[in-house]
Design a protein around this ligand. Structure first.
Ligand SMILES: [Zn+2]
Length: 194
């Protein structure tokens, strides 16, 4: 995964006018542990692209939580096949995951401290009542709250930016991911009316 702030930035670039619940949905799929998380992200499927299309067709675009979940899973797919792949080529050590996480944490923290929308958005997301959260099999509302609270503490502890995922690269990824998502969503049942 590209880091929580990058997920929020992509979700925002897709549609900044949606409610905080949409942004909760845009983090929620990470509120579970391995190996279930891999399954939810379709990483264990033979054809991840097809599974994402099936989910897109089953997702009501007026359901902010569900639409946020879809943006998250699409963004991870794009990130895994571009930036994560690039990272794995750069670091082939056994404990690559640790340094990778420190780079994505730095990139996340940099967004948190430099983008004026970031801190108010975290507060707005934490204020959404758990009863409004949509459902994802295997994830309880409290898991999502724990994820958001834990991640906010984490971004506050770290300082970016990351040298491997610097702000310019992250901004390019965010813009490209949002454009790609809007085009892909339009192919699969939902076009934004201009
Ligand atoms: Zn994820």
């Amino acid at each position: 995964m590209p880091s929580f702030s990058i997920h929020l930035a992509v979700a925002r670039a897709v549609d900044a006018a949606r409610t905080p619940l949409y942004f909760v949905g845009a983090l929620a799929p990470d509120a579970m542990d391995y190996p279930h998380k891999e399954h939810l992200h379709f990483r264990t499927c033979d054809n991840r692209a097809d599974e994402l299309v099936k989910l897109a067709r089953a997702t009501d675009p007026t359901d902010d939580f569900a639409e946020g979940v879809l943006v998250h899973l699409f963004t991870d797919w794009l990130w895994d096949t571009t930036q994560l792949t690039r990272y794995r080529q750069h670091d082939q050590s056994d404990d690559w995951w640790r340094s990778y996480q420190s780079h994505t944490g730095e990139a996340s923290s940099h967004i948190y401290y430099t983008e004026p929308w970031a801190q108010p958005l975290w507060q707005a997301m934490l204020a959404v009542p758990q009863g409004e959260f949509g459902s994802i099999a295997g994830i309880a509302p409290q898991d999502i709250t724990n994820l958001m609270q834990g991640e906010m503490r984490r971004v506050q502890r770290v300082r970016g930016p990351s040298t491997f995922f610097p702000p310019e690269l992250v901004a390019d990824f965010v813009a490209h991911a949002a454009q790609a998502y809007v085009a892909w969503r339009c192919l699969h049942d939902y076009c934004e009316v201009e």
